[in-house]
Design a protein around this ligand. Structure first.
Ligand code: G6P
Length: 444
C-alpha cells in the first residue's frame, strides 16, 4: 500500500462521523491517513457541511496533517481509495421510524436489524451497496470495503453473494460493547478480557471468556444472571434475564438476544415506550437534532460526550482498529463479519458470519470454533436463513421471496401477519424500493 492512506466514508454526514475522526486522530502515528473523503447525497448536504467543518476543527486541534474533502460525487471520491467505509441510511431516520412503528401495529417487534424492520432496511440498502460495489470495482479495485451499514450481517451476505468484491468486512460495535460490559461487571480493565465470539451480526454469542488468559465463563454467566448487572446497549432496554435460563444457556448472549428470548416482555416494553417517548428512531431523531446543533458550534473541536447516548458507541474503535490491523498486518484478533470458510461448522462455508478473526494485510482469517452449542445453533441458523432469503428478495424484487423472509423471521408469528406487515411496509417504503415496483431484477 502506498504511503499516506486514502479513506472514503460513504454516509459521511452521519452524526457518528466524529467517532471515526477521533479514531483516525488517535491512531495517526501508525495509521497515516492522508486524505479523508466524506461523501453524502444531495439531501444530506447540510449535515455533511456541518460534520466536515467539525472534522476539520478536530484535525486542526490534534495537529495531524489529514486532508478532509467533502463531496456528493461518490465516483469522484472513490478514485484510488485504499479503504471505503459505508455508514449510510437509505430513507434516513424517517424510514427507520416506519420500520419500527408498522410492525408494532400488528403486535410484532420491528427491530431495525434482524426483525421485520431489518428486512426492509435490507431491501432498501442492498441495491445501493451493490451499486457502490460496482463503483469500487471500477474506480478503486484494490480497496477494502468496511461496512457498518445495518443490517450489517445481511449486507455482508449480499456483497459476498451478489457482487464481485472479495475485500469486504462487516463491522459492528456489539462485540466490543459486550467485552466492555463484562469488564465493567468484573471491575477490571477491558484489555485483560478476551471473548471467543461466534455467531452472526446482532446474533453473536460469547462462547468463552478469559481474564488474563484464564477462563472465567462461569463467573461471567453468574454476573449476567444477576439482575443488578444490566449489560445492554443504549438502544436496547436492559430487561433482566431469568437467571436459570442464562445458566442453562451456558454461553454469553448479546443485547439483541433479548428480542428472541424475551419477545413478549420486549414487545410490551416497545409498545409502551413508543407511546410515551416514541420508538427508538423517533428518540434518536431528537438526539440527532441536539447533536447537530452542538456540532455547528465553532468552539467545538472534539467528539462531544453526548454522542455516547447513541447505541453505536465504540464504533470508531471497531472501524479504525480493523483498518489499522489490515494496513499494518497486525495479526491481532478482532470479531468481524466475514465469509465463514468453515469457521462455524453449523453455517454454510460461503455465508457471512460474525466471528473472531486474525486480521492480516490480506484481511480477516476466521478462527475455527467447530459447531455452535446445540442450545443456540437453531436460532443462529434460522437468522442466517432469514438473512439469505432477505438478501435474495432485495436483489430480485420478488414478492414471494420477501414474504418468505418475513414469515421465517422468528419475531413474526404467522404467514398471514407476515403478509399484512409486508404489504403495509412495501407501500410505506415505495420510493426506496424500485426493484419491487419497476419489475426489473438486479440479478443479471
Ligand atoms: C447498536 C448496534 C448498531 C446500531 C446502533 C443503533 O450499537 O450495534 O448496529 O446501529 O446500536 O443505535 P441508535 O442510537 O441509532 O439507536
Amino acid at each position: 500500500m502506498k504511503d499516506g492512506i486514502k479513506i472514503v466514508t460513504i454516509g459521511g454526514g452521519s452524526s457518528y462521523t466524529p467517532e471515526l475522526i477521533e479514531g483516525f486522530i488517535n491512531r495517526y502515528h501508525e495509521l497515516p491517513v492522508k486524505e479523508l473523503w466524506l461523501v453524502d447525497i444531495e439531501e444530506g448536504k447540510e449535515k455533511l457541511e456541518i460534520i466536515g467543518q467539525l472534522a476539520k476543527r478536530m484535525i486542526e486541534k490534534a495537529g495531524v496533517p489529514i486532508e478532509v474533502h467533502l463531496t456528493i460525487d461518490r465516483r469522484e471520491a472513490l478514485v484510488d481509495a485504499d479503504f471505503v467505509t459505508t455508514q449510510f441510511r437509505v430513507g434516513s431516520l424517517d424510514a427507520r421510524a416506519k420500520d419500527e412503528r408498522i410492525p408494532l401495529k400488528y403486535h410484532v417487534i420491528g427491530q431495525e436489524t434482524n426483525g421485520p424492520g431489518g428486512l426492509f432496511k435490507g431491501l432498501r440498502t442492498i441495491p445501493v451497496i451493490l451499486e457502490i460495489c460496482k463503483d469500487i470495482e471500477e474506480l478503486c479495485p484494490n480497496a477494502w470495503l468496511v461496512n457498518f451499514t445495518n443490517p450489517a450481517g445481511m449486507v455482508t451476505e449480499a456483497v459476498l453473494r451478489y457482487s464481485n468484491i472479495k475485500k469486504v468486512v462487516g463491522l459492528c460495535n456489539v462485540p466490543i460493547g459486550m467485552r466492555m460490559g463484562i469488564a465493567k461487571a468484573l471491575k477490571v480493565e477491558p484489555n485483560r478480557v478476551h471473548v471467543d465470539f461466534a455467531g452472526l451480526n446482532h446474533m453473536v454469542f460469547g462462547l468463552n471468556v478469559y481474564l488474563d488468559g484464564e477462563s472465567i465463563l462461569d463467573k461471567v454467566i453468574e454476573s449476567m444472571a444477576d439482575p443488578k448487572n444490566e449489560m445492554t446497549m443504549k438502544n436496547i432496554a436492559g430487561l433482566t434475564w431469568e437467571p436459570d435460563f442464562i445458566r442453562g444457556l451456558g454461553v454469553i448472549p448479546c443485547g439483541y438476544h433479548r428480542y428472541y428470548y424475551k419477545t413478549s416482555e420486549m414487545l410490551a416494553e416497545e409498545l409502551e415506550s413508543a407511546e410515551k417517548q416514541g420508538t427508538r428512531a423517533e428518540v434518536v431523531q431528537k438526539l440527532e437534532k441536539e447533536l447537530f446543533e452542538l456540532y455547528k458550534s465553532p468552539d467545538l473541536n472534539i467528539k462531544p460526550p453526548q454522542l455516547e447516548k447513541r447505541g453505536g458507541a465504540y464504533y470508531s474503535d471497531a472501524a479504525c482498529s480493523l483498518i489499522n490491523s489490515i494496513y499494518n498486518d497486525k495479526r491481532d484478533i478482532q470479531p468481524v463479519n466475514t465469509r465463514n470458510n468453515g469457521a462455524i461448522a453449523s453455517i454454510p462455508n460461503d455465508s457471512a458470519v460474525e466471528v473472531n478473526c486474525i486480521i492480516t494485510k490480506d484481511g480477516p482469517k476466521p478462527i475455527s470454533v467447530g459447531d455452535l452449542p446445540v442450545a443456540v445453533r437453531g436460532l443462529v441458523q434460522q437468522i442466517k436463513s432469514f438473512e439469505r432469503v432477505a438478501a435474495e428478495a432485495a436483489v430480485t424484487g420478488n414478492y414471494e421471496t420477501a414474504l418468505l423472509a418475513m414469515t421465517i423471521n422468528p419475531l413474526v408469528p404467522s404467514d398471514t401477519v407476515a403478509k399484512q406487515i409486508l404489504d403495509e411496509m412495501l407501500e410505506a417504503h415505495i420510493e426506496h424500493l424500485p426493484q419491487f415496483f419497476m419489475k426489473s431484477s438486479l440479478l443479471k
